[in-house]
Design a protein around this ligand. Structure first.
Ligand code: HAM
Length: 422
């Protein structure tokens, strides 16, 4: 037998139903916030991610799935490891920047990273992301954060905390990078080999390292927050004031630096606080220089990405399991060949009218048909036999209570429409 590639999932059954429910919640939420959906290709030229995400990030340097296609030009491509770079490319290529107002986009997309698989970390996963282009002020930061917060609320996810930080503007970062590099060189021998390499290439990444050996050095490292310009500081303070106004609780964590290079000023993460699952469910921030870097006019932007498998895990934990939320409204059983055709005709008609109806396709005995009706959690059922065909009346049964009512077969659809779904 051929197995699925390591770190990938097949969705079916109850988790698939909850994934669809999650997607539906996202679609409605984004409509409420005025974000339009965008779909970009599953692969892009590798150059986009090198310039967009950063050549020295783990994502680009170690985790991308890259390939050459069959064209003679031997261009290198990569499966998208995240959603932002492709959306920025599309924003520029499709001249969405010609809009005068802000451009607000969202996406639901598979993403690919060659990582070590574990619970909540996969090689193919799904990202829900939003990107807001064209707003410099802190209201945009707060709108995007509140969208993430509202999603968790609508999904009934508990035990998640919001952490925010500011990475400052370029001016602040240049000065800070110098100080940090000096500090890390002094403590170089106490860092893991990967961090030793990072010192000159990308010192900020060291703060993100999870190796135990690096933690004492990280704990005493200078903080970027101390190097912010007055403008950066004001921006960050306003973000905090507005979050408080919206009653969104947050903690400032100066160690949140994010794993991608494009951020400036506000960054944030919603982190699961569950004992057995401490992971970032949703992370993002401002990236005011990326659009210029990819050939556009200077355009401020902010967004986030949320791992949908992680959201599913949290929904499962918050609800105490996946219970299939869909059930069948009505099961139609039958006895004999004429009734079988009648059952097929009636369920087809009910489905046309938006009633979830089922009958037995395996032509089982009546007893087994009713067992099947229980298994698929039918709320109501009736049986068509010789008598029902003759009189045109059926006994419709509420499965949970066993209560029956005799009604005209022609009135069943109307009857069901008046039965609210519990
Ligand atoms: P990121 O933090 O790399 O940011 O990923 C966003 C989210 O994707 C993570 O918080 C996590 O929930 C999920 N995720 C990442 N890797 C995996 C994995 N291997 N398995 C399962 N879930 C995963 C970004 O990708 C940015 N593009 C976010 C952004 C949008 N920033 C601005 N706009």
């Amino acid at each position: 037998m051929i197995n699925a590639p390591r770190g990938t999932n097949d969705f079916y059954g109850d988790p698939m139903e909850v994934l669809l429910e999650l997607e539906q919640t996202i679609i409605e939420l984004c409509r409420d916030y005025g974000y339009g959906q965008v779909r970009t290709p599953m692969f892009e030229q590798i150059e986009l991610f090198k310039r967009g995400v950063g050549e020295n990030t783990d994502i680009v340097a170690k985790e991308m799935y890259t390939f050459l296609d069959k064209s003679k030009q031997l261009k290198e491509y990569a499966l998208k490891p995240e959603g932002t770079a492709g959306v920025v490319r599309a924003y520029l290529e499709r001249r969405m920047d010609a809009n005068s107002g802000p451009t607000k986009l969202y996406y639901i997309t598979p993403a690919f990273r060659y990582e070590k698989p574990e619970a909540g970390r996969y090689r193919q996963f799904h990202q829900f992301g939003v990107e807001l282009f064209g707003v410099k002020g802190p209201m945009a930061d707060v709108e995007v954060i509140s969208l993430g917060y509202e999603l968790l609320k609508r999904l009934g996810i508990i035990n998640v905390k919001l952490y925010i930080n500011s990475l400052g503007s370029q001016a602040a970062r240049i000065q800070y990078n110098q100080e940090l590099t000096n500090y890390l060189h002094i403590h170089q021998s106490n860092l893991c080999p990967t961090c030793q390499e990072r010192i000159d290439k990308n010192p900020l990444r060291v703060l993100d390292c999870k190796e135990d050996s690096c933690q004492p050095v990280i704990a005493k490292a200078p903080l970027l927050l101390d190097y912010l310009t007055d403008e950066d500081r004001q921006h960050f303070e306003q973000v905090q004031t507005m979050l408080t106004e919206l009653a969104i609780e947050y903690t400032v964590d100066p160690k949140i630096v994010r794993g991608l290079d494009y951020y400036s000023r506000t960054v944030f993460e919603f982190i699961s606080e569950q004992d057995d699952f401490k992971k970032t469910v949703c992370g993002g921030g401002r990236y005011d220089r990326l659009i210029e870097e990819l050939g556009g006019r200077p355009t401020p932007a902010i967004g986030f990405g949320a791992g949908m498998e992680r959201l599913l895990l949290m929904i499962e934990q918050s609800r105490g399991g996946f219970n299939n939320p869909t059930e069948v409204d009505l099961f139609v059983g039958y006895i004999g060949p004429t009734a079988k055709i009648e059952a097929l005709k009636t369920v087809t008609e009910y489905r046309r009218q938006g009633i979830r109806a089922a009958t037995d396709l395996l032509e089982k005995s009546l007893k087994n048909q009713m067992k099947f009706a229980d298994k698929i959690k039918a709320r109501y059922s009736f049986i068509i036999g010789e008598e029902e065909l003759k009189t045109g009346k059926v006994a419709i049964k509420q499965m949970a209570t066993g209560q029956e009512e005799t009604i005209d077969l022609t009135g069943v659809a109307e009857y069901m429409k008046n039965k609210p779904k519990q």
